[in-house]
Write a protein that binds this ligand. Structure first.
Ligand code: PMT
Length: 410
């Protein structure tokens, strides 16, 4: 994983007591892969779920458990460890730990380290959904946030206790991304970014639709990267099975016309519109009220009508945002993409080859960014890496556009 932001970074991982503690083992591995130096401190309760030896083997360093461990203190005292850390990440952070941290307690090693360190502290809560929803937990979180403590997650879904709701620890990968993002410049701070993602479904009858293979991954990665860069992000999502990226306002739609309405409602205030959705160009002229039955002659003709071109309509707004389109092509990538750039009057188009295992539904992609002033190739990488590169380029273009507008109006 090419996460240069964490290369050489000294990360103190705090593990507290909860069933999600086992996921912290994978987190140590992922942090190390991203180049971080990792030391682990556990609460006594965390050691009931996973043994310190597991973390010692994965981090390559002894694990700290107690303030009163004489040999550990002789090797690296807790104050030294607090000074050593450049980031403190508590994952999982239990409700009890959050309460103790919020109230400034220092009755064990981990809370003491948090109080004694000048490093930024991030917590990744994990608990039963009722505990998460409890007013006491939320008040503690609000207090911690107000003091600048970063909160990663939690995710929602089925829980180890059998309940369903918010309170799941983010996956190791997501936590590494979240920590890396704190190191990135907030190049879109104060900007409004609108992103469309996923497919559209055009109903034929109550059980059938016309759709496409878009999974939404590319668009969701762009929304996440823009939010991490400080933008206020609205994500208009077609029917996909993806979690909403942290801090992103999501609007779910199904058809191209619904996507059109949602995008047009948000576009007037957007500084940037990234159209990563694979919008159906056509829809059935009529949607049958009942399931269409097989005919004896074996054939069937479907009358189609054209959907609105969302990008082209946003381009025609009097105050148009910076427009970034996508071109999904199976051949002549640059030629077709350049034609779309010009026809839709875009500032930038991200062209990708699709089909045969490329572009759609997969985690990796490669993009060719084409603008009137040049072309940049972004080689194959995970979509979220490409999304960060694209967001950097968008931020530079926004600044350049405003500088040019400023010169023109002066
Ligand atoms: O979702 P994933 O599985 O991660 O896959 C990512 C992707 C391949 C879908 C994505 O990278 C991509 O290429 N998205 C655009 C797909 C597409 O519809 O391309 P197009 O060449 O048909 O459309 C050109 C542009 O016009 C696109 O920005 C599209 O959003 C926009 N459009 C198209 C039709 C329409 N009616 N309105 C539009 O705004």
């Amino acid at each position: 994983m090419a996460l240069t932001e964490l290369a050489g970074r000294r990360v103190l991982l705090g593990v507290t007591g909860g069933i999600a503690a086992y996921k912290a083992a994978e987190l140590v591995r992922r942090l190390a892969e991203a180049g971080a130096q990792v030391r682990v401190a556990m609460t006594e309760n965390a050691a009931r779920f996973v043994t310190p030896l597991t973390f010692q083997a994965l981090s390559g360093h002894p694990v700290r458990l107690s303030l009163w461990d004489e040999s550990a203190e002789a090797a690296m005292g807790h104050i030294e460890l607090a000074r050593w850390a450049e980031d403190i990440l508590i994952a999982p952070a239990s409700a009890d730990f959050l309460a103790r941290l919020a109230h400034g307690l220092a009755d064990d090693l981990l809370t003491t380290l948090c109080l004694a360190s000048a490093a930024p502290v991030y917590v990744a809560p994990a608990m039963n959904q009722q505990m998460w929803a409890n007013a006491a937990t939320q008040a503690n979180l609000a207090l911690l946030r107000s003091r600048g403590i970063g909160v990663f997650g939690p995710a929602a879904g089925s829980q180890a206790c059998g309940e369903v709701g918010a309170g799941r620890l983010l996956e190791a990968d997501e936590l590494v991304q979240a920590l890396a993002s704190t190191r990135r410049p907030r190049s879109l701070s104060g900007r409004q970014v609108l992103v469309s993602a996923g497919p559209t479904y055009e109903d034929i009858d109550p059980v059938r639709f016309l759709g496409n293979r878009s999974s939404g991954r590319m668009g969701f990665a762009i929304a996440a990267a823009a939010a991490e860069a400080g933008a206020a992000v609205t994500l208009v999502a077609g029917p996909v099975h993806l979690a909403t990226p942290a801090g992103v306002h999501r609007i779910d739609v199904r058809s191209a016309r619904q996507m059109h309405a949602a995008v047009m409602a948000a576009a007037a205030v957007a500084d940037v519109f990234v159209a990563a959705a694979a919008v159906g160009d056509f829809r059935p002229q009529e949607v049958a009220r009942h399931k269409i039955k097989k005919r004896d002659d074996g054939g069937m003709t479907l009358e189609l009508t054209q959907n609105p071109d969302i990008l082209a309509e946003v381009a025609a707004l009097p105050r148009r945002p910076l427009l970034v389109g996508f071109a999904a092509e199976t051949e002549h990538l640059e030629t077709h993409a350049r034609a779309k750039l010009e026809r839709k009057r875009l500032d930038l188009i991200a062209a990708n080859l699709v089909g045969g295992g490329l572009g759609f539904e997969v985690d990796d992609n490669s993009l060719t960014l084409i603008a009137a002033d040049g072309t940049i190739h972004l080689p194959t990488a995970p979509k979220r890496e490409l999304a960060h590169q694209l967001v950097d380029i968008i931020a530079q273009r926004l600044e350049r556009r405003e500088a040019t507008a400023g010169v023109a109006s002066a």
